[in-house]
Design a binder for this molecule. Structure first.
Ligand SMILES: NC(=O)c1ccc[n+]([C@@H]2O[C@H](COP(=O)([O-])OP(=O)(O)OC[C@H]3O[C@@H](n4cnc5c(N)ncnc54)[C@H](OP(=O)(O)O)[C@@H]3O)[C@@H](O)[C@H]2O)c1
Length: 333
């Protein structure tokens, strides 16, 4: 999966860091000593240990964060060579998934998708019983809930998670991880989870972390699409993307604080008080679509917004605040 890798470029310069300066030796912090594990697994070093299944770009970053804190970290990956750098940092290489799962009370899974999660874990349900699975693989709420039900049937404590960070950002300021599922697992293993970034719990419905994850990604992709359309538009007159991008960053950054104001209007359901109404915004979007056609570029991106505004006008809401297109999205005809 590469969807967030593109954002690496946005964060370069602020988030890259020298991992060489981090401690690689094992140690037990006072925090760990004061928060003993309460799993049923008989592991004398359970407070410190974790297994990471899946050592792609993200899985390796997660394992590095555990190792940097001195956690005993057992790792497994289908392509074994990807574990080499981690083993050099002190990780324990497991020869099989079963060996990896049996090594720790907490099993962090970060693979391509949920079918892969099940391919790996389903045959090991018995070994996993009494352990905690933290699944940081991207998926839908339905997949998360179905996996939580599978886990519950087998006595496995399940925490689903969504990573709002690129691999470079893990363990750095700005890294946010969303969790839902077992509150007990979240609380008991908070110190471990916090090594990866800010940990935010969204409730015991296992699907909620992924719902928030995908919602945030939808905001990101829509913003990226807006940038690409704008860049294509100025590109028709020979403006380089690199020349234009800083202006877009400044513009969007200046506008971002308006979102909580939109949110208040949405929550109130009262769209009458907004300054910028549907008719006004529609006139701007119509101009954007027109100039895009005039310049010979595709109109798909502004076309989506135009369609939503047209719908509001057709339903008689032209004088309402333009945030009312939320209603068209939330309650499609
Ligand atoms: N990268 C990001 O910026 C980012 C951000 C947030 C969330 N995530 C999520 O994190 C997860 C992993 O992403 P990634 O960036 O680490 O992806 P990646 O570099 O492509 O790694 C994919 C991982 O899945 C494993 N895998 C794929 N199919 C498998 C199979 N059939 N059996 C066993 N293992 C299999 C791969 O093993 P091999 O090495 O053997 O191929 C590898 O460990 C994804 O769900 C992704 O959406 C990624």
């Amino acid at each position: 999966m590469t969807y967030l890798r593109v954002t690496t470029y946005l964060f370069v310069g602020t988030c890259r860091h020298d991992r060489g300066g981090k401690r690689l030796h094992r140690r037990a912090t006072s925090e760990k000593q004061s928060k003993p594990e309460k799993t049923t697994v008989n592991d004398t070093n359970s407070a410190a240990s974790a297994t990471v299944l899946g050592l792609g770009e993200m899985g390796r970053a997660l394992a590095r964060a555990f190792l940097a804190d001195g956690r005993t970290t057992t790792v497994w990956n289908r392509t074994a060579a990807k574990a080499d750098e981690l083993v050099a940092r002190g990780a324990v290489r497991a020869a099989t998934v079963g060996e990896a799962v049996a090594a720790s009370p907490v099993v962090v899974v970060c693979v391509l998708d949920y079918p892969t999660v099940h391919e790996l874990l389903d045959p090991l349900a018995e070994t996993l019983s009494g352990r905690v699975v933290v699944n940081l693989t991207t998926g839908t709420p339905a997949q998360a809930r179905e996996t939580a039900e599978w886990a519950a049937r087998h006595g496995i404590t399940y925490l689903d998670g969504g990573i709002m960070a690129t691999p470079d950002m893990i363990a750095q300021p700005g890294s946010l991880l969303l969790y839902s599922g077992s509150r007990t697992a979240f609380d008991e293993h908070r110190a471990l989870l916090d090594l990866l970034g800010e940990s935010r719990f969204h409730g015991e419905d296992a699907g909620l972390a992924s719902l928030h994850d995908l919602a945030l990604l939808s905001a990101m992709y829509s913003m990226f699409a807006g940038f690409l359309h704008a860049t294509a538009l100025v590109g028709t007159e020979g403006v380089q993307a690199t020349e234009f991008a800083p202006t877009v960053v400044g513009w969007l950054t200046a506008l971002a604080p308006i979102l909580p104001e939109f949110a208040k209007v949405i929550d109130s359901g009262d769209y009458a008080s907004e300054v910028q109404n549907v008719n006004f915004t529609k006139s701007a979007i119509d101009s954007i679509v027109r100039v895009s056609r005039d310049q010979g570029i595709a109109v798909d991106v502004p076309g989506v917004v135009q369609k939503l505004l047209d719908q509001q006008v057709a339903e008689g809401h032209g004088e309402s605040g333009s945030t009312r297109i939320y209603e068209g999205i939330r309650h499609p005809a």
